[in-house]
Design a binder for this molecule. Structure first.
Ligand code: NAD
Length: 328
């Protein structure tokens, strides 16, 4: 592929997609689709030279467009992925790809049959601190990891997230740290147990679970305890603790620390490292322009991650530990 011509759907986080894509190497955004008419007017003023529409088919039916960036609400991702595949367009999709197992199975079937490439925006994989923690533990025996996704933005739950069917705090928030743990361990869990509550939100418009605890069991008896905490009174934060036979690494509000047998040091790595977030989309574009460039997250890893999150949802519903079935 020599040049990238992109369409973006949804201009919330989609604005970040725009900033990452437009004018990066041979990539240009040709069309932006935004269904909120007030916002549409604002975007038109912002980018007078780009086509702004509220009809997603202006993207899907444009033969010049070879990349669709899906940053719409979670409940639209599935149908927009299907339309992208049908029209042979590569896909950047915000998490989660879809909201149930049937849809994931269908995505997998269609995507493996096509040449279309797909990436989901697991931005923690390009975070300086987490890249360096992964390096520091690569030769150790890890026995336990804790990863807390502390959203700290409760108001977000009261907008579209309270209105759509099947919104899930695990698929919508916890997914980031579930991915982080699987990526750091370079392993897939074999079983999951999840429990959740809605103590803080039960009397609000948000009627789903707003706080979930997820236990993952990995080969070699490694255990991970993960929370998807949508309601904490806290700043937006990823609190991570990795315990190995040689050291403990801890990312706390006071900084990130490495404790080993004889000393403890404050890590100098950058967090939250927003400056590097574009790297994931840049890596995908690099790969589209030259398929020898390795992807940061493979198709298989994306599908595996979704299988784990959906198994956690199943565990919540059935109130029992679930053996994870990775879709084939
Ligand atoms: N990877 C991340 O770190 C990250 C961060 C925030 C949001 N997200 C994901 O991004 C998606 C959007 O969330 P957000 O925070 O930007 O929400 P938002 O409400 O801030 O913005 C979404 C925008 O998309 C528009 N939109 C929604 N559905 C559309 C459709 N079908 N067609 C055209 N326009 C549409 C809305 O009108 C709105 O302007 C969600 O799936 C969310 O999970 C990911």
């Amino acid at each position: 592929m020599k040049k990238i011509s992109a369409g973006i759907i949804g201009f919330g986080i989609g604005q970040k997609h725009f900033e990452a894509i437009h004018n990066y190497k041979n990539a240009k955004v040709k069309v932006i689709c935004e269904k909120n008419l007030k916002k549409l007017k604002y975007v038109k003023k912002l980018f007078p030279k780009i086509k702004i529409t509220n009809n997603e088919n202006d993207i899907f039916l444009d033969r010049d467009i070879n990349l669709v960036s899906i940053a719409s609400y979670d409940n639209y991702h599935y149908s927009q992925i299907l339309k992208s595949i049908k029209n042979k367009k590569n896909i950047i999709v915000e998490k989660p790809m879809c909201l149930n197992l049937k849809h994931l199975q269908n995505i997998k079937k269609l995507i493996l049959k096509s040449n279309v490439k797909i990436m989901s925006n697991m931005v923690l994989r390009v975070n300086d601190l987490f890249i360096n923690i992964k390096k520091k533990i690569s030769k150790d025996n890890i026995f336990y990891i804790e990863a807390d996704y502390i959203w700290g933005r409760i108001n977000k739950l009261f907008g579209w997230r309270s209105k759509i069917n099947d919104y899930s705090i695990i698929l919508g928030a916890g997914i980031h740290v579930i991915d982080l743990v699987m990526w750091m361990l370079n392993k897939r869990p074999h079983s999951v147990l999840a429990i959740a509550n809605n103590i803080v939100t039960s009397k609000t418009v948000f009627k789903k679970k707003s706080m979930a605890l997820i236990i993952l069991e990995f080969p070699g008896n490694i255990i991970a305890k993960i929370t998807a905490n949508g309601v904490a009174v806290h700043e937006h934060f990823h609190e991570i603790k990795v315990f190995t036979n040689k050291k403990t690494i801890n990312n706390t509000l006071k900084g990130s620390f490495t404790y080993s047998k004889n000393n403890s040091i404050k890590n100098k790595f950058s967090y939250p490292d927003r400056a590097n977030r574009k790297k994931l989309i840049h890596n995908f574009i690099d790969h589209l322009l030259n398929n020898k460039k390795k992807l940061i997250m493979s198709k298989k890893e994306q599908l595996d991650l979704m299988s784990v999150c959906l198994a956690a949802e199943e565990s919540l519903k059935k109130d029992k530990k679930i053996k994870i079935k990775y879709i084939r």
